[in-house]
Design a protein around this ligand. Sequence first.
Ligand code: URA
Length: 257
Amino acid sequence: MNSQLRQEYLDALGLTSWTLRGSRTSSVPASTPAIVSTTSSATAPAIASATAPATVPASAAYSRETSAAREEAADWPELRARVAACTRCPLSATRTQTVFGVGNPHADWLIVGEAPGAEEDRKGEPFVGRAGQLLNSMLRAIGLAREQVYIANVLKCRPPGNRDPNPSEAAECLPYLERQIALLKPKIMLAVGRIAAQNLLRTDKTLGALRQQVHQFGLSQVPLVVTYHPAYLLRSPTEKRKAWEDLKFAREVCSRV
Ligand code: URA
């Protein structure tokens, strides 16, 4: 992509629309985010160390090994049934329905958000409100249709009033997501927003500190990239430029897996 085209891009993003440009395998634009370290090769994005368990906030501490084993052996239908029947935390009393996840069960990309909102709670599908529409546009901008990816949340039930999930809710619910990841075997995970990133990476680092690095999720070491939550981008549209950089970064990481 030449620099004029690229500028037109950014102007367009500037933030009025997210438009599909180029293919997933196109060469890296000049603005490709800095690589965190150079331990692997001169060109390949390196793995960040931000996943070190030492950064786990005490409030979010739980045993991933134990929790990962909880849903072991469940296939997709069994897992879906377990989620639908779940009463492991008080959110089961206030939800309309659980929001399991949606998309291609063979997807390369797994997008992970925080928790269902009011619209998602009503429809039973993640990211169907305004934030979902922006997420769809963001995906399209890197050449991905919503149907091509898999979308899920850290929590399967809506926290009342859209409050942040509390640590015990996240700890009870994460094994479902972990099993989804084990079944899906994505090539890349994109954590959208601070809550998703902190829970997946078991860290209390800020979103700003987690962006633009390749983290690894779990024992299977799935590459994980962090970006802003689309709901935040709706409130702070000038940050879309940074999210665009993150998406290009993630696309580049995925192309190397
Ligand atoms: N925000 C999320 O994090 N997930 C949804 O499904 C909807 C809004």
